[in-house]
Ligand binder design. Structure first.
Ligand code: SAM
Length: 310
């Protein structure tokens, strides 16, 4: 069976990013060798059946106004961090368990390195941050979870001010501990994206980028309050790294991801809404980019970047 490596050139192409800039950022922060192989026909059949069977089971559905599962999950991460220096490794979300099969460029592949999806995901984040966030004074991440993106940003942009919001209290507390340990201008706040209650967002201005990573995904079709909150504060850029339902095509491979996305109650209708605003001249939709990479079930790394107009 063909084995291959997710090289710097390949990951740059996957992210539609400049090869030289990608090589620069990955050399600076490290990029392990990520090997994988194609699946045999029999393995493909088996994987397709496994995905179908998982979709027939009970899966947690997003979009409800209930933070309990995140309070519990991030509470466990916060407990483990007690007395430790916060590091990128310590902030790895526990749901990255090492997928034995991933989606890459329109097919399933078998990673040959245990941390393939997670390490590729960190590299993709760094590449996308480098491409979009370099010129801003402040980045506000909403739905920041363990704060891992804030720590990546703190490393990558030593001068930038950072804000991390989440509706889970342990997230806010981890971010504020990160600020104390690093001496950096990093603030943690509570904020509910479903209701736009909590943090007032007054710090957002034209030199601020608002960021979401796998967080709007949790809103299903209930993103209106959050979209109005962000639009009213007129950030310099809004950058999303999210699973985007409307970017899947008509193939059976994508149909499985689409049905999984819908079954989990992930983000829907947001891209058509932004397209409508762009057509009406109210925003500039700078980038809509599918990144054809994901875990077994769907692709969570697509990029949308937009800014207010006028
Ligand atoms: C899949 S995690 C992603 C965390 C982080 N952005 C990352 O990339 O690791 C989703 C995050 O969104 C947060 N979240 C979900 N619904 C939210 C809401 N209504 N308001 C604020 N945060 C929310 C969760 O608490 C969780 O931290």
């Amino acid at each position: 069976m063909n084995t291959d490596v997710l090289s710097v050139a390949k990951i740059a192409k996957l992210a539609a990013a400049d090869g030289v800039a990608t090589a620069g950022v990955l050399q600076k922060f490290g990029f392990p060798e990520l090997r994988y192989r194609d699946l045999s026909d029999a393995e493909n059949v088996e994987i397709e059946a496994r995905v179908e069977s998982a979709m027939g089971s009970d899966l947690r559905v997003s979009g409800k106004n209930d933070s309990a599962v995140w309070e519990r999950g991030w509470g466990e991460v916060a407990n483990e961090l007690t007395g430790q220096t916060i590091s990128i490794a310590a902030l790895r979300p526990p749901y990255f368990r090492g997928e034995p099969t991933c989606r890459l460029d329109g097919r399933y592949i078998r990673p040959l390195d245990a941390s393939f999806e997670y390490d590729a995901s960190l590299a993709l984040r760094r590449i996308v941050f480098e491409k979009f966030l370099g010129g801003f004074d402040r980045v506000a991440e909403i739905g920041c979870g363990t704060g891992i993106n804030l720590l990546l940003l703190a490393e990558q942009f030593p001068q930038v001010k950072l804000i991390g919001c989440d509706w889970a209290t342990p997230s806010r507390d981890i971010v504020n501990t990160m600020a104390k340990q690093s001496g950096r201008d990093i603030q943690g706040h509570l904020f509910n994206m479903l209701t736009a209650e909590g943090w007032n967002g007054n710090a957002i201005d034209g030199k601020t980028a608002v960021l979401t990573v796998h967080a709007m995904e949790q809103l299903a079709s209930n993103w209106q309050a959050f979209a109005a909150f962000v639009r009213a504060r007129r950030p310099g850029l809004c950058l999303h790294i999210e699973p985007i339902l409307e970017l899947y095509d008509e193939s059976p491979f994508d149909d499985r991801a689409r049905r999984y996305h819908l079954k989990r109650g992930y983000l829907q209708g947001y891209l058509p809404f932004l397209r409508g605003l762009a057509a009406a001249g109210q925003i500039e939709l700078a980038t809509v980019q599918r990144i054809p990479f994901g875990g077994l079930y769907h692709e969570a790394y697509s990029i949308i970047a937009w800014r207010p107009r006028g």
